[in-house]
Design a protein around this ligand. Structure first.
Ligand code: IPE
Ligand code: IPE
Ligand code: MG
Length: 242
């Protein structure tokens, strides 16, 4: 099983356009996909699921849509937080809860993070006001604040200064809606992720699509820059096999 699956939930606007609905209706329809993905990931034994809910670039959308997305993320928590808690899911928010995030949204996030903090069945991270570059700047600031000497800066040291140092590398990235880009998502943790780009629009995504993505992941060979020998390839075997 991939340890960490991350999804870029994309295609809500197009889903709504196809139905002559407002873009916000597409976001709203995406809640069922979030619920199904969390349940599916937990049932499959995936330990870490991260969903990209709002990027540092998404502030540039029309104010009405930004406002909607803020309330919508609050609603998702209020509607599902208790249920996720009962499922043994630890809920976390990755990103800056800065002054642009309304107080009521921040309060719900803090409440559910605290409520679920000791759950161990799965960690469900919402990347919310997250940007991969901004996360790296945060880590560099944290290590400078700790008076780290240049010679002491290593990959492990930088990783320890990220917002959640325990967030593992991404094994499988899924981006729905057929777009093929990272859009500034988890840049540090994505270094060796396998990527899968289904055409499905996010509001149509369900646990069975997650299972399909995991099946594709199983068919991939992860090499990490090294050479993987099949038994026939190995010179040692050729010499010793009569
Ligand atoms: C993803 O759907 C949701 C967020 C970025 C918050 P989009 O709103 O990007 O949908 P499209 O890409 O316009 O279809
Ligand atoms: C990425 O989707 C951000 C989230 C899913 C939250 P976007 O739809 O905002 O990304 P671009 O603009 O197509 O790259
Ligand atoms: Mg999009």
């Amino acid at each position: 099983m991939p340890v960490h699956v991350a999804c870029i939930m994309d295609g809500n606007g197009r889903w709504a356009e196809q139905r002559s609905l407002e873009r916000t209706e597409g976001h709203s329809a995406g809640e069922a996909a979030v619920v199904s993905a969390v349940r599916g990931a937990r049932d499959m034994g995936i330990q870490w699921l991260t969903l990209f809910a709002f990027s540092t670039e998404n502030w540039q959308r029309p104010q009405a849509e930004v406002d909607y997305l803020m309330r919508f993320n609050q609603r998702i928590l209020v509607n599902n937080g208790q249920h996720w808690h009962r499922m043994g899911v630890r809920v976390r928010y990755l990103g800056a809860l800065d002054a642009r995030v309304p107080d009521c949204v921040r309060e719900q996030i803090t409440h559910y993070e605290q409520l679920t903090a000791d759950n161990t069945d799965m960690t469900f991270t919402m990347a919310f006001n997250h940007g991969g570059r901004s996360a790296l700047v945060h880590a560099v600031r944290a290590l400078m604040d700790a008076d780290t000497k240049a010679a002491e800066v290593s990959e492990e040291c930088l990783a320890r200064h990220m917002q959640y140092p325990d967030l593992p590398d991404v094994d499988l990235l899924i981006r729905t809606s057929g777009e093929h880009r990272l859009s500034n998502f988890l840049l540090w943790q994505m270094a060796y992720a396998e990527m899968y780009f289904p055409e499905t629009l996010w509001p149509d995504f369900r646990a069975n699509h997650l299972a399909e993505a995991v099946a594709v992941y199983h068919s991939r060979q992860r090499r990490y820059g090294t050479v993987i020998h099949t038994p026939q390839d190995q010179p040692f075997n050729r010499l010793t096999t009569p």
